[in-house]
Design a binder for this molecule. Structure first.
Ligand SMILES: *[C@@H]1O[C@H](CO)[C@@H](O)[C@H](O)[C@H]1NC(C)=O
Ligand SMILES: *[C@@H]1O[C@H](CO)[C@@H](O)[C@H](O)[C@H]1NC(C)=O
Ligand SMILES: *[C@@H]1O[C@H](CO)[C@@H](O)[C@H](O)[C@H]1NC(C)=O
Ligand SMILES: *[C@@H]1O[C@H](CO)[C@@H](O)[C@H](O)[C@H]1NC(C)=O
Ligand SMILES: *[C@@H]1O[C@H](CO)[C@@H](O)[C@H](O)[C@H]1NC(C)=O
Length: 490
């Protein structure tokens, strides 16, 4: 071994040591100071039942779900990371917080952002936050009016959505009524029609809603914009549109409804034998007189130009008022601030959620690889013991030595071929982008499975088998993709 080799090996060893040392930061060390209207990091263990803490668990007897502030479960990413946790299965949970001074979004807009983590499998749960006008935190419940509701709402096939509901400023409709109503903030609620999907693995994810003072808005999931609009009057249920179909306009009775007609110029072919070939039918052509009928549009009598999107008004607090089938759902780093702080919010998210998620992901991958290695080791020792038995057998039966050896060689060849192709693709970095999706799929499948089991009965049996077949097919497809990828990498 020459000098250069030694240097190279030394260098490599140092590199390995440095890159595998896991310097996991403490939660408190991961960020600089930010000037937000409100930021709840839940980074001290506190007893939520004491009155000193600003969050208040509702006294409404319907809400029997427990709340705690506790450590995040593995993979936690950041050491001793703590958050607000919903503890009780199949229960309503209610907790809220009154702001010391109300937050007014009128001139600078609004951002609400928080981390959510389903630390274990959850089949169904609301996980959204409500921003409230004046309210009584001791008796906070679903009966309270709210100004905005934002966040994930998960229930298997029925709901996988990041909801966004807000109180419409409908003041132009009935000015006298509004004068009295505006105090309570009980405007008409409207809901985003086509909400984005939430993330369903068991790591931390970040949900953000931004409303600018000019009513343009954005929803981010994990810092990526997944939905946005230039104003709050388009794409929401329950907002009267300016032009509607005239309900008094009917299709004329002599309206030609047929889009296609028989070709009037077509003639029965001379050689057509009705007995053998059946009745002759003329080819169909487009009807030249056809036109799609559309009702007349009229100005909507319920529409008014003063549907001005979000009714900006002071926000007095926020609350979590949620039904959950699962337990240990964690909320963390809840922040409320104005939309002019958008860059700070991004930076803060990068320094908190960004680091945390990255570490959680690494931790999860490491565990997965460890599991795989364990399986692999078991496979090797099993093969060795089988090989030993085989050798013994051959020794006792010398006549079949040569054909047996040939079969053995072919087997080894096939097995190593498979192993080389599959093991290389599993450890490559492509796994990164795929993991989330396959995890999502798993969760969804789990829920579907549960629903089926609940349904019970034998009719489901064949369906289950069909599903299994489908899964197998999907798996085979995935394998193909992996092979193609690994070929590319070669
Ligand atoms: C994490 O919390 C445990 C228990 O409270 C404590 O013993 C430990 O020192 C903490 N670790 C760090 C890095 O703060
Ligand atoms: C509304 O304000 C945002 C932020 O200042 C800006 O990016 C956007 O272009 C504005 N939209 C309109 C329609 O003016
Ligand atoms: C909102 O946007 C739609 C189209 O994007 C536009 O037709 C409508 O006039 C806008 N409304 C307001 C109040 O700006
Ligand atoms: C509602 O819209 C009107 C304009 O039509 C505006 O004057 C008023 O300030 C708005 N109210 C709120 C609460 O945003
Ligand atoms: C955080 O910022 C760093 C440096 O600007 C960037 O490389 C990284 O992708 C960001 N992380 C997230 C989650 O946005």
């Amino acid at each position: 071994m020459n000098f250069e080799d030694i240097i190279l090996i030394l260098f490599f060893t140092i590199f390995l040591t440095v890159s595998t040392t896991n310097e996991i930061p403490d939660e408190a060390e991961t960020k600089t100071e930010f000037d937000f209207f409100l930021l709840d990091e839940f980074n001290k263990k506190q007893d939520l039942k004491t009155d000193k803490y600003e969050w208040t668990i509702t006294k409404d007897p319907r809400y029997r779900g427990k709340w705690t502030i506790e450590n995040s479960k593995n993979p936690s990413g950041v050491i001793n990371d703590t958050g607000l946790v919903m503890k009780t299965e199949a229960a309503l949970h209610g907790i809220s917080k009154e702001f010391q001074t109300p937050f007014d979004p009128t001139s600078k807009g609004l951002i609400i952002q928080y981390e959510l983590r389903y630390q274990e499998f959850v089949s169904c749960a609301g996980s959204y936050i409500k921003l409230l006008s004046q309210f009584d935190s001791q008796h906070f419940s679903r009966d309270n009016d709210y100004l905005i509701m934002f966040g994930p709402d998960w229930c298997g096939k029925q709901s996988n959505a990041v909801r966004f509901i807000y109180g419409l400023n409908d003041s132009g409709n009935d000015k006298e009524a509004t004068a009295t109503e505006s105090k309570s903030g009980s405007e008409k609620l409207v809901q985003l029609e086509d909400p984005p999907e939430m993330k369903l693995d068991d790591l931390s994810h970040l949900y953000t809603l931004v409303i600018f003072p000019n009513q343009s808005w954005e929803i981010w999931v994990d810092l990526e914009t997944v939905k946005q609009g230039s104003n709050l009057t388009k794409g929401f249920n329950g907002i009267e549109q300016k032009w509607i179909n005239d309900p008094d306009d009917f299709e004329p009775e002599d309206w030609d409804e047929n889009e296609y007609i028989e070709d009037p110029n077509a003639k029965t072919p001379q050689l057509w034998d009705t007995e053998q070939d059946g009745e002759w039918e003329a080819p169909r052509i487009e009807n030249p007189d056809w036109e799609e009928w559309q009702p007349r549009k009229i100005l909507n009598p319920n529409w008014n130009e003063n549907q001005n999107g979000f009714a900006f008004q002071p926000i007095h607090g926020m609350g979590l008022e949620l039904w959950s089938m699962g337990k240990n759902i964690m909320f963390d780093n809840i922040l409320v601030t104005s939309a002019d702080k958008i860059n700070e919010v991004k930076l803060f998210a990068n320094q908190t959620w960004g680091i945390k998620y990255h570490l959680q992901f690494q931790e999860q991958e490491r565990k997965r690889l460890e599991e795989e290695n364990k399986l692999w080791n078991r496979f090797i020792s099993f093969s060795l013991s089988q090989a030993a038995k085989f050798t013994e057998f051959i020794n006792d039966h010398p006549k079949i030595m040569i054909p047996a050896a040939a079969v053995f060689l072919i087997l080894i060849f096939v097995v190593s071929f498979k192993i080389i192709f599959f093991s290389s693709s599993k450890t490559d970095s492509n796994a990164n982008s795929n993991t989330n999706e396959s995890q999502d799929k798993k969760n969804i499948k789990k829920v579907e499975g549960e629903e089926k089991e609940k349904g019970g009965g034998k009719e489901n049996e064949s369906e289950k088998e069909k599903e299994k077949e489908k899964e197998k097919e999907e798996e085979e497809e995935e394998e193909e993709v992996i092979e193609v990828n690994s070929n590319k990498n070669d």
